[in-house]
Design a protein around this ligand. Structure first.
Ligand code: B1N
Length: 833
């Protein structure tokens, strides 16, 4: 059929002669790189450095991506399959060049080409700066999911915001405190984006809303802000399929507000234009925490309105009737951040497309599905009605109308249960009226999922229990998170990847991670053990070299590397880790030199950012740094214990750290970490897991075997009662855990800095102890002792555990996760390009 199509414009042969394919041999590649050096960068062999070589190489690779991107999008347009859209306020991409080269299967050729031009590929790759448009796990998950969508040839687009400033850069002051510096990541121009200056959407804010008959409305006035699209190609691995993330950038509508300009008020006019451009200025640096800033609500609406308008325009191009919308479009809400898309689609359908209210609601509720990422109460979004009224008056009407019908249905199903009605209402009436975004997300979605089995169960039985009673259980599902094995093994751990490929005989495992099971044949093979250990040793040396060059500290790669890297948060309990380190330090100090010689040497590494406004998290960083200073300069523990806080954690630093771990810690209070995804990354790279029975740790243990993980601590069902007891029948720390009491006293003795600095933190442990440090401390120490024993007693057994861990991680590929979304939620199918 395609062969019979008429060429759309001009002379076909002339067009085809001009089209380029993907560069496939080294001379073609180098020619294109030199071309970019000469005519895009206006430089020459005489004055080009690594940065220039990176830019020219990236521009050459970008062309290959765009060729595949174009072909993919043309295929989608022609075949018009059902598509899924992943709406995420965060995409934590990291670097792109290495990933693009590997996914295109062109790394070797480009490396050879770059060499011929006098550069080293490693240095070129390291010249790229991270795209850090995300905080942590939620944003990185979105990045893994677009990688997997392209790899699995699924028609999925991401929609996000093009922040001028990404995640802040973290500096550590001499006193150990975190300092924040802006991240102007676009300063060197971004070769991975395609500006679409012609793809724009007008987004309205403020003004007034009128209601007509039949629930219809008219929204007018206020201020319009222009959304401009920037596309970022996402190549699949070993396929032409190249998907897209469309990032929106805000511009003032006409440079300035003409009315004010005409009224002679130039300054006010320019002010408006400033506030419009502000919308996409900066990523909010909070993880798992709701701050309630008006600008954040503006970001959310700006992004939802632009994305939905774009999706609607694409749908209309198919010529299908509007009632077909849910048959061609699925929209996934990444947490409640894009929940405004629900009333916005209602507004478009009812006010602009003339669809009757109930028919519109039917379309909406067959389109959206919602992923919940946290049960922490402080993270749940609730927008004050007052702010809403100012910014989105029409949406407020729609929400009220939805709520009215909804509460009637609730009252009918649960007569006389006023408390239930109050809990389920879209509006919280206590302490100023607020709109509950999670309730709205559930109401407007046909499926709601959590991100690991335990978390999904907690969603069903705690925060959304009333909704389960109302809708029935089948609306509530689990999709356990996953990670892309391309970036998180092949790219970040070349030596292990090569060993696996050599052992299994092909690279097929990268697209079917369950094939790693084939490694189990070699779990006792001495020669294989040797290679396995050599790879780990190599990765530890690589990290040691980085530590030497950045911090000037020498660490011994033969020591056990213990790593905890993630956002700094009380629930994640970096505090437990550092208090455990102090216990270890005191224990070693009390030993004779002979005893010390028998201790398992450890290097304990921390990294992670604290939200700039999260005072307690910042205090914990300060404690870690200062404890490290004392321990690292104490000759008594030299070579036995080193403690470091690595500044400015990022995707790229994770790629260096994760392959180098012997043990990683995932030690949240049971029931608080929804899933965790770095736990998966460490285990895939053969690091063993020390953790609580929480989030995806549980499923990892199920897969790799309980004897291959180190579990400790109270279980989720115990938490509530323990917290109750802390409040109403407190037991002094001294009685509960003398070991912890000694550690707390030691901190307060002043040896890490004045007691008054640490007192606020120490008090949270001594009183209240919401995160159950005192309840889990002894169990944690016990688990650490088991780790030491396993590591020192029988090195062969340790390597066997490591091999088993990697070999049994198949389940945690994001390909499995994305296929579950595709098949069980979105109802979309792969499209061959
Ligand atoms: O999402 C990850 C999970 O693996 C983590 O366990 C979970 O903590 C994380 C508001 C969040 N939940 N909620 C957020 C981020 C930013 C924000 O503004 C909440 N992040 C998570 C992936 O499922």
């Amino acid at each position: 059929e395609q062969g019979q199509e008429k060429w759309p414009k001009g002379d076909e042969a002339t067009w085809k002669a001009g089209l380029r394919g993907v560069d496939s041999d080294v001379p073609e590649i180098t020619k294109n790189i030199v071309h970019h050096v000469q005519t895009t960068l206006a430089r020459q062999a005489y004055n080009i450095d690594d940065m220039g070589a990176y830019q020219a190489t990236a521009l050459a690779v970008r062309e290959d991506l765009i060729v595949n991107w174009n072909e993919t999008q043309l295929t989608y347009t022609k075949k018009s399959p059902k598509r899924a859209y992943y709406l995420s306020l965060e995409f934590l991409m990291g670097r792109t060049l290495d990933n693009a080269l590997l996914n295109l299967g062109m790394k070797d050729k480009f490396s050879e080409g770059v060499n011929k031009l006098g550069f080293n590929m490693e240095d070129v790759l390291h010249s790229e700066r991270d795209a850090a448009l995300g905080n942590g796990g939620l944003g990185r998950l979105a990045a893994c999911y677009v990688d997997s969508s392209a790899t699995c040839e699924l028609p999925v687009w991401g929609y996000g915001l093009r922040y001028q400033y990404g995640m802040f850069q973290q500096l550590i002051a001499p006193d150990g405190s975190q300092l924040e510096a802006p991240d102007p990541w676009l300063d060197n121009s971004n070769p991975w984006e395609i500006p679409r200056l012609d793809v724009t959407v007008d987004v309205r804010f403020g003004g007034h809303a009128e209601k007509l008959e039949g629930n219809r409305g008219i929204w007018s006035g206020g201020q319009e802000v222009l959304a401009i699209a920037y596309d970022c190609p996402i190549p699949g691995s070993d396929t032409k399929s190249t998907n897209n993330i469309r990032f929106w950038s805000a511009r003032p509508r006409r440079g300035f507000d003409l009315q004010s300009f005409n009224a002679g008020n130039y300054e006010r006019a320019v002010e408006t234009s400033n506030s419009a451009a502000n919308i996409t200025n900066v990523l909010y640096p909070n993880d798992n925490h709701y701050a309630g800033k008006t600008l954040r609500l503006q970001q959310q609406y700006f992004w939802c309105a632009a994305s939905l308008s774009d999706i609607m325009r694409r749908f209309k191009n198919t010529g299908k009737d509007i009632s077909e919308f849910p048959n061609l479009v699925a929209i996934q809400l990444n947490d409640t951040h894009p929940t405004l898309a629900i009333p916005e689609l209602m507004r478009i359908l009812v006010d602009e497309e003339d669809v009757e209210w109930n028919a519109a609601w039917d379309i909406v509720t067959r389109t959206f599905s919602y992923t919940n990422h946290t049960v922490l109460p402080e993270a749940l979004e609730k927008w004050p009605v007052q702010i809403f009224e100012q910014l989105l008056p029409r949406h407020l009407q729609i929400i009220y109308d939805l709520n009215w019908t909804f509460l009637q249905a609730v009252a009918k199903k649960f007569p006389n249960d006023v408390a239930k009605m109050e809990r389920m209402s879209l509006i919280e009436e206590a302490n100023g009226r607020q709109i509950r975004m999670a309730n709205l997300a559930v109401l407007g979605s046909f499926k709601v999922n959590g991100v690991a089995e335990l978390h999904s169960e907690l969603v069903r039985t705690t925060i959304l229990k009333d909704f389960v009673d109302f809708y029935g259980i089948s609306k509530f599902a689990n999709v356990t998170n996953g990670i892309t094995p391309r970036r998180w093994l092949d790219q970040c751990n070349p030596s292990l990847s090569a060993l696996i490929t050599e052992t299994l005989g092909s690279r097929a495992w990268l697209k079917d991670l369950y094939l790693l099971k084939g490694l189990l044949k070699y779990e006792d093979d001495v020669a294989f053990h040797k290679k396995w250990a050599a790879s780990k040793a190599n990765n530890k040396q690589r990290l040691a070299a980085y530590i030497k060059s950045t911090l000037g500290v020498t660490v011994d790669p033969r020591a056990m590397f213990v790593i905890q890297v993630k956002r700094i948060h009380e629930y994640k309990r970096q505090s437990l880790n550092i208090l455990g380190v102090i216990h270890r330090y005191l224990t070693i100090k009390a030993m004779t030199p002979e005893e010390r010689a028998k201790v398992n040497p450890r290097v304990v590494l921390f990294a992670g950012k604290a939200a700039p406004g999260y005072w307690m998290a910042k205090l914990i960083i300060r404690l870690i740094v200062n404890v490290g200073k004392v321990i690292n300069s104490d000759p008594d523990v030299k070579g036995v214990l080193t403690v470091l806080f690595l500044p400015d954690y990022s995707v790229s630093l994770a790629e260096l750290l994760i392959p180098a771990s012997d043990i990683s810690e995932h030690i949240s209070t049971a029931g608080t970490e929804a899933s965790g995804t770095s736990n998966m990354k460490f285990c895939l790279n053969g690091g063993l897991l020390l953790g609580t029975v929480d989030g995806a740790n549980i499923e990892i243990a199920e897969e790799v075997g309980e004897d291959n993980v180190f579990f400790f601590g109270h279980l989720t069902p115990a938490v509530e009662e323990l917290r109750y007891n802390h409040r109403y029948n407190p037991i002094p720390v001294q009685e509960k855990s003398p070991a912890l009491a000694a550690v707390l006293d030691n901190v307060m003795s002043g040896c890490y800095g004045e007691a008054s600095i640490w007192e606020p933190f120490i008090n949270t442990v001594r009183q209240g102890d919401y995160y159950l440090i005192s309840d889990d401390f002894d169990s944690y120490l016990n688990a650490q002792a088991m780790v030491d024993e396993a590591y020192t007693k029988d090195p062969k057994e340790w390597i066997k555990k490591s091999i088993n861990t990697t070999a049994r991680m198949g389940k945690f590929s994001s390909d499995r996760a994305i296929m579950t979304y595709a098949e069980e939620i979105w109802n979309i199918e792969p499209v061959k390009i």
